[in-house]
Design a protein. Structure first.
Length: 381
């Protein structure tokens, strides 16, 4: 430990020592640093927000004159109708991260540990560490196509394990885990009073997503908590609106410790209108996604015949760079010079991978064109 950190730890001014040196994870929100950019860094719906979104914003302006519903009751009821889950098993939050943080605050102490796959969304580990819980990582390997291993998870469990985190599809790898596999893990964990947290914020963009979703299993298992989000499905990350499904007691306690009025009245109104007028907006994008995946795959294989990739089941590519460039940072910087922002996966611990979603055909063409330019530069060198 450096002298600087030692001094900080000894002069805490009332602050928890571990928080003085903790670093918030990077979540790739840097598009605001550039005036004009084609943003391939966020895994959003390629259609963009519904065209009538602005009308929902305007019709909801009056709602900001009063305090929001403390538990988003109307939005809960609409989600209850959509998913056939009782309202007392549904919680609304200011985005999925808000729900992850609240869940960890309710469940974890410094005596507990959690199981997190790697690479995956950094917030599971970070939110657990905020509660001083120990994070036990299970590495997802290239040799196994980054697939989840049920046995590895179950073998990792010990008497301190409190939560198993699963992202499905996983971010950034895009790998999808079957509902059957997750149910087996949930069932085994239920015998040991271990909770399973399943993040389905990206699931709406895969074919037959209902066959993979575990939302209905919350009626069967009291140790299961599932989150989803308006952010990705409706391409509205600035609204901050997520929701989760779980056992009524868990939902009640999570709501009790949330900051009051955490979900704005405008966000609640927009969510209600989106569910009313665009209940299957994620599915509407599937045709664009399927064609876009084939378009990008074909383009990349034409440029780099030796590239070891396949068409992903998710709506985004997790691309190895062995045949392309030296590092994710180098590729990202080249793309930026040409007005394109992709996700450098170094923040996931994957320095030789980048991630980018499918977008509209003309946008995909521009991405492919830039990969072709990179290949030409490499030949000249």
């Amino acid at each position: 430990m450096s002298n600087k950190i030692s001094r900080l730890m000894s002069n805490k001014n009332g602050i928890r020592g571990d928080l003085l040196i903790i670093k918030r994870p990077y979540h790739g929100d840097e598009r605001w640093e550039y005036e004009k950019i084609l943003d391939f860094s966020a895994n959003l719906n390629p259609l963009g927000p519904p065209e009538d979104l602005s009308s929902y914003v305007m019709s909801g302006i009056e709602t900001v004159k009063g305090y929001p519903s403390h538990n988003s009751a109307n939005l809960k009821n609409k989600l209850s109708e959509k998913y056939q889950i009782d309202p007392d098993q549904i919680i609304i939050g200011a985005g999925s991260v808000d729900l992850i943080r609240t869940f960890c605050r309710v469940i974890l102490t410094k005596l507990d540990s959690v199981i997190v796959l790697h690479p995956t969304f950094a917030e599971y580990s970070y939110s657990s560490e905020l509660m001083q819980a120990k994070v036990n990582l299970i590495e997802l390997n290239f040799t196994n196509d980054f697939k989840l291993n049920e046995k590895a998870i179950l073998n990792k469990i010990d008497n301190t394990t409190k939560v198993v985190f699963i992202c499905n599809p996983n971010n950034p790898t895009g790998i999808i885990t079957s509902k059957k596999s997750i149910e087996k893990i949930v069932e085994q964990c239920s015998l040991k009073d271990i909770l399973v947290f399943v993040d389905e914020t990206l699931i709406d963009f895969i074919e037959n997503s209902d066959e993979y979703s575990c939302v209905d299993l919350v009626n069967k298992f009291s140790n299961l908590f599932v989150i989803k989000s308006f952010t990705k499905t409706y391409a509205i990350p600035g609204i901050r609106l997520g929701y989760g499904f779980g056992y009524p007691v868990l939902i009640r306690v999570m709501e009790e410790i949330m900051s009051p009025w955490i979900v704005s009245s405008l966000a609640q109104h927009i969510g209600e209108e989106l569910l009313k007028h665009h209940p299957k907006y994620g599915e509407q994008a599937l045709n664009v996604i399927l064609k876009g995946k084939k378009q990008i795959f074909t383009g990349l294989k034409h440029i780099y015949p030796e590239l070891e990739i396949s068409i992903p089941k998710s709506h985004f590519f997790f691309l190895p760079l062995r045949e392309i460039t030296n590092s994710a940072k180098e590729l990202k910087n080249h793309m930026l010079k040409n007005g394109i922002l992709i996700r450098d996966c170094s923040s996931f611990g994957m320095v030789n991978y980048v991630r980018f979603p499918v977008k509209l055909p003309m946008e995909n063409d521009k991405l492919i064109e830039n990969f072709a330019n990179i290949a030409k530069l490499a030949v000249k060198k």
